[in-house]
Design a protein around this ligand. Structure first.
Ligand code: GUE
Length: 293
């Protein structure tokens, strides 16, 4: 292995330490930030993610508001849960864990979330704010990636970045984030319609793979010394018959890349830290505006 590993777990722990201090300062002013989660159904993977978010909350002093509905919950029940969290002053931000069971209208649910309480930063209003350069909560995974690179002194200004994947939660908003004036990277957004993917990934300083295709990025597709970020997370059944998660970056890439954000231990913990950051920032902004009125 030649690549330096950029440790998302350690960086997330540092960010959580910083957030704990901000939560303490809020508590001294009488505010306890609250993060809500809405989980529909019993998918063990989704349950594990949601459990992780509440553990994170406990670590930094954020209150947890947990709503669970059965897999056969009606649209009306889910809508009512969202309306309830929108109205709950103790809830500064919340997420609806995705994917929802297929009988539910995901777009409708996500659009019902109060954009000011959108801890994921994925509400259409907030994605629109990102396009327009207006302030608002940022999508957690893209923000976590930028934060991780920044804290490891990976220059973005003037850098050429290939993003592989145009999904609504990572690739698409990441392209928007990296091309803001404050980041000033030049982005090539690659996707399943890209004819010669390797030509794009080989000619850049940074390759960020968020395609959900295990092993998509191989060593021959990476310029020696480049920075590689693995955002893929796909459940696969190993040779031993056990389920495990695998990334989009092949293991041999570590021999070529200059630096690597691995999976696990990279983007996932950063995503969770940014969720907390969005909630703390919301609570701070509420207090600011209360002080002005
Ligand atoms: N509304 C919504 N918001 C989300 O942010 C959201 C979602 N729905 N649905 C599912 C995906 C997936 N996701 C992960 C976050 C952290 C890790 C993570 O921390 N992973 C660890 C490994 C965890 C372990 O090993 O248990 C790591 O990469 O090191 C993984 C996956 C958030 N998602």
């Amino acid at each position: 292995m030649t690549a330096t590993l950029l440790d998302g777990k350690a960086t997330a722990a540092t960010i959580k330490d910083e957030l704990r201090e901000r939560v303490k300062a809020l508590a001294e002013r009488g505010v306890v930030p609250g993060l809500g989660t809405v989980l529909v159904g019993e998918d063990p993977g989704s349950q594990a993610y949601v459990d992780g978010k509440h553990r994170d909350c406990a670590e930094v002093g954020i209150a947890s508001i947990r709503r669970e509905l059965p897999a056969d919950a009606t649209q009306e029940q889910v809508d009512a849960t969202v309306a309830d969290l929108n109205a709950d002053p103790a809830c500064h931000g919340y997420i609806v864990q995705l994917p929802l069971p297929i009988h539910l209208d995901t777009q409708r649910v996500l659009e019902m979330i109060d954009p000011e309480k959108d801890a994921d930063g994925l509400h259409p209003v907030n994605l629109g704010r990102l396009v327009l350069g207006y302030p608002g909560p940022l999508p957690c995974t893209p923000r976590g990636i930028v934060e991780l690179l920044r804290r490891h002194d990976v220059p973005l200004r003037g850098a050429e970045v290939a993003v592989v994947g145009r999904g609504n939660t990572v690739g698409r908003p990441l392209g928007l984030l990296l091309t803001r004036r404050s980041e000033n990277a030049t982005v090539t957004l690659c996707h399943t319609g890209t004819l010669d993917l390797a030509a794009h990934t080989r000619s850049t300083d940074i390759v960020i793979v968020a395609a959900g295709v295990p092993g998509l990025l191989t060593a021959d597709m990476v310029r020696p010394g480049a920075v590689v970020v693995d955002v893929g997370i796909t459940r696969v059944i190993g040779a031993d018959g056990k389920g495990r998660y695998t990334g989009d970056v092949g293991p041999e890439v570590a021999e070529v890349a200059g630096a690597l954000v691995p999976m696990p231990g990279g983007v996932g913990p950063m995503t969770r830290a940014m969720l907390l950051a969005n909630v703390v920032e919301r609570a701070e902004a509420d207090l600011e505006s209360a002080g002005r009125s």
